[in-house]
Write a protein that binds this ligand. Structure first.
Ligand code: IPM
Ligand code: MN
Length: 343
């Protein structure tokens, strides 16, 4: 089967890391037809378009997509993030954001006393609700009396389906699931999450469950990462937790993710942003994007190719001096070559 795979390089270092992921995908030998999408700051500034509905329709017809990065300092905050990245997640109903937190052998972690056996879990972030929906408003902006509200939207069905996905994932892993929230303060949203979680826990009695407040979860990520196997949380808590997760597992240069509609479409992307400060320098670590391509392959059902890409990418990490920036000892393209050759 020839897959139709979309590539959305986007902004900053996005095109550089996407080029390396393509190199690696080519080296796997899987048959695919690449479909390129010119989206991001350049297109917005030239045409005013961010993500036309016609493009969403084209993307929906693909087998999957790989996205580089979105965001540019010359565009006001929110326009590209909300208009492109979040619109893709919302319009395609990619309600699961899957973010592995795994320390690979040979990769330095800032947690000096923790190793690969301790840091090996996965965060399931709710991806289309919560504080990200844009609900709220501004009244009399700029005046002394201005008012701003930002509301967290939580639907019973929306929460239950992502929690159900997390339970199934826990069943395929170590049968341990932790949910993270702030139920002691956010009693409305927390109550709904609690009821949805409890209903799913009843349906999955073979999974050992735990609840941790988000502030304590930050502490435990750093002091006891081994207590986690699958973690499920809402959109904003999941966003924040996964930057911390990336940090303990070797940094943003390595963190991969997938925006998934289980059983359906998926857009895969490195957790890192567009890093405009290093764009064009050849300093970006493409491994996060390559590992995201491996997740895409797994999502397509190409388990063997996914495993080979993951092994090849992890296998070269020991050669790098640092995991991102000027200190890596190799350029972005050289790292892509090393992974492709290892395949
Ligand atoms: C991420 C990013 C995005 C998010 C931004 C760029 C909108 O931080 O994918 O984690 O907050 O989801
Ligand atoms: Mn983030």
């Amino acid at each position: 089967m020839t897959y139709k795979i979309g590539f959305i390089p986007g902004d900053g270092i996005g095109p550089e890391v996407i080029a390396q992921a393509r190199k690696v995908l080519d080296a796997t030998g899987i048959e695919y037809e690449p479909v390129e999408f010119d989206l991001g700051a350049k297109r917005y500034k030239a045409t005013g378009d961010v993500l036309p509905d016609s493009v969403v329709k084209e993307i929906r017809d693909l087998n999957g997509a790989l996205l580089g990065a979105v965001g540019d300092p010359s565009v006001p905050p929110g326009i590209l993030e909300r208009g492109l990245l979040l619109k893709l997640r919302f319009d395609l109903d990619l309600y699961v954001n899957l973010r592995p937190v795994k320390l690979h052998p040979g990769v330095p972690s800032p947690l000096a006393n923790k190793g690969p056996d301790d840091i090996d879990f996965i965060v399931v972030r709710e991806n289309v609700e919560g504080l990200y929906t844009g609900a709220g408003g501004t009244h009399k902006p700029g005046s002394l009396f201005e008012v701003a509200t930002q509301e967290s939207i939580n639907t019973r069905r929306g929460v239950e389906r992502v929690v159900q996905y997390a339970f199934k994932l826990a069943e395929a892993r170590d049968h341990r699931l932790t949910w993270v929230h702030k139920t002691n303060v956010l009693t409305h949203a927390g109550g709904l999450w609690q009821r949805a979680f409890d209903a799913q826990a009843k349906a999955h009695p073979d999974v050992h469950t735990d609840y941790v407040h988000v502030d304590a979860a930050c502490l435990y990520f750093v002091t006891q990462p081994e207590r986690f196997d699958v973690v499920v949380s809402d959109n904003l808590f999941g966003d924040i937790l996964t930057d911390l997760g990336a940090a303990i597992a070797g940094g943003m240069g390595l963190a991969a993710s997938g925006n998934i509609h289980p059983g359906g479409f998926g857009v895969f992307e490195p957790v890192h942003g567009s890093a405009p400060d290093i764009a064009g320098k050849g300093w970006a670590n493409p491994v996060a994007c390559i590992l995201s391509a491996a997740m895409l392959l797994a999502h397509l059902g190409e388990a063997d190719a996914a495993r080979r890409v993951e092994e090849a990418a992890i296998g070269i990490l020991g050669k790098l001096r640092g995991m991102a920036g000027a200190s890596m000892g190799y350029t972005t393209a050289e790292i892509g070559d090393m992974v492709a050759e290892a395949l």
